[in-house]
Structures are given as structure tokens and as C-alpha cells.
Design a protein around this ligand. Sequence first.
Ligand SMILES: Cc1ncc(COP(=O)(O)O)c(C=O)c1O
Length: 396
Amino acid sequence: MTKDKSTPSDLGLATRLVRGGTSRSQFKETSEAIFMNSGFVYDSAEEAAGRFKGENDGFIYSRYANPTVNMFEERMCALEGAEASRGTSSGMAAVNGALMSFLKAGDHVVAPKALFGSCLYIIEQILPRFGIGITLVNGTDLDQWKKAIKPETAAIFLETPSNPTLEIVDLEAVADLAHKVGAKVVVDNVFATPIFQKPLTLGADIVIYSATKHIDGQGRALGGVILSDEEFVEETLAPYLKHTGPALSPFNAWNLLKGMETLDLRVHKATDNAEKVADFLAGSATVKKVLYPGREDHPQYALAKKQMKRGSTLVSFELEGGQEKAFSFLNGLSVIDISNNLGDTKSLITHPTTTTHSSVSDDLKAELGITDGLVRLSVGLEDAGDLIGDLERALG
Ligand SMILES: Cc1ncc(COP(=O)(O)O)c(C=O)c1O
């Protein structure tokens, strides 16, 4: 494999998204090759032995590393400004790997209550089984973070904006508190996307993505990625992933590489649409409340503006009339699809309380504002007028 002659880290975002990480085989292909192989062969037994001892460079097994997956990891590093990264089979494998690779019994973790259901499951249900203490806070309240973080706190895990209520956590302030006790700050940056928010520059130590979402963004592939400094990735994370096996498929890595080439264009265009949709919804009589970080009526608009370039491709809103109205509204849509996925070219709508957040307790849902009337819309690339027309008809 030969590296592409461009040096993407010196180049602009769009160039890094198209060219970052590209290596070519002896065939000099333009588009990145898919190395759809599990193993690699050696010229001799001595070479195999040397490879395992780390005495000669080269691939061993696709659970450890694979050329197509490597290209994806390097392109993600070029995008995020991270020293190192590892791809994983899904976003949840990334969340689990990022945390379990370094946490141990006796450690303590602080996280906001407003988390994606599966992330909350890992924090609330899995970590305590291994003797890891947890404290859940209102992520928007710095006093709660201050009180919760203690000397044995080893990790902070958070999403900002959160799924589905689009709450914003003050990344710099929480990272400062965490670093005073030596805790690592792990940020799930799925909703913000790497285009609008750079957690590593705001104090995060580890960033994770469900690459299934905007990075693929075309409904084709599950994948995840963990980005951090070289020491953490190579010494702590890589051995954990290598031995536990949540490896990213080379075919999916290729889809993700292709997705990255249009990521900036897609995220901006979907956000243009989301802004128009949010404004339309805010003016609709049957909509009780619109949650959109790009609108001045979002409770944390100033903070969103400070740490994110733009709002989001997601808009959440609450309908008068609870679940019955929400279901009839969803069923009345003809352009927008009902789906629990997000970050896609196609607009997708979700009723979180009965789907993505159905595993969250009723009390916590009530506390977080995940009501029966709340719906989450992931805005895609269709014509904004068609989306607004569809919403208008279904709301009527
Ligand atoms: C914020 C957030 N984190 C993680 C995930 C998990 O990603 P995946 O479905 O790729 O495992 C999701 C999926 O919806 C999500 O919304």
C-alpha cells in the first residue's frame, strides 16, 4: 500500500474528507479498495513469527487491523484532529469499548440522565455489575456535575446535544471539573456531528461516533469509531478491541469512507432544511414546543452557539394530544419515513418513548421531558418545501 501523495492534515476540511487516509495498492485505484479478507499470508514462518513479535510491519488478521478499516480510521483522525482512532462494528460497540477498555472495579462514572437508551443501559445496568459506581446528573446543571465528580471518578460520559431532547452540556466546564480529579471525558458526538462540534478542542479526551448515522448517512452500514490520543488508543484501547473483537467490517468501512466524502455537504444541507422545518413547526398551532439548538428559543441557545457551528440536523417537538395524536401524525406522513435511525439523506421520524427510549423508566422519561407527545425528526436532503408540506398535511 502506498499513501496518497497529498498531506491532508495541512489541507482544508473538504479536502481531508475526500482524501484523508487514502492508500493505494499496486493497482493504483482511484477509489479506496475494499480488502474483504479476514487473514493475511506470510512469506515464511520466520516472517509470521516476527510479525507477531512486532519486529516487522504488516497486517496479521482483520480483527486486529485491516487496510480498508485503517483508511477509514485515518480519515476520521484527519477530520477530528485526533492522534489515533479505531473503527468498531457499531456505535454501541464504540461506547462500550471506549468505557470498558479502561474502567475497573472501584472506579466511578458520572453521566447525564439524558442519554440514548442503549448508552444509559451500559451506564446504569452494565457498569455497576463490575463494581463501578455511577452517578446520573441533570447534564445542564453545572452544580450537579460539581457535586457528583469525586476523587474516584474515572470517566465522564455524555452526549451533547442529547438524544432526543437536544439538551446541551457545557463541554469546557465539565471537562475542567473532570480533569481536576484526573477523569477522562468521553463524548458521544453523534448529534452534533464532527462538522459542527469538535469535542477534543473543548477538553474531551475521547470522542465516539455511531458512524451508522451522518458518517454513512445513507442507510447502508453499521459502524462506529473511537478517537483519542495515541497513548490511550495504542496502549489501552487497541488491546481491548483486539481481544474482545468488535471489529468493523472492511465493506462497512468502505461505505463509511464514501460517506465521509459528502459528509460536509450533506450535514450543511440537512441543517438548512432542519432550520426551515423548525421555524415552520414553531409557528404551528398543534405543536406545543419545538426543541432545536439553532433557534433562539432553545433554553441553551447561547451555549449551543458557543460550542457548535450550527444547530443540528435533528428537530424534536411535542404535539398536543399525547401518544394518540403523535401516532396519527406519524401515520399521516407520506414523504417522511417512520424509523428509529437518524442522520440519513431521507427524513426519518421517531416516537422516542415507544421506541428508542422504551427501555428508560417512566419516571426518568417524565423527568427528561420524553413525553407521549414528543417526536424526533431527523431531517434529510429532500426539498424543504416537500418536507414542510408533508408535516403540514399530517398535523392538519
Ligand atoms: C447518540 C447515539 N449514540 C450511539 C448510538 C448507537 O449507534 P449504533 O446504532 O451504530 O450502534 C445511537 C444510535 O441511535 C445514538 O443515537
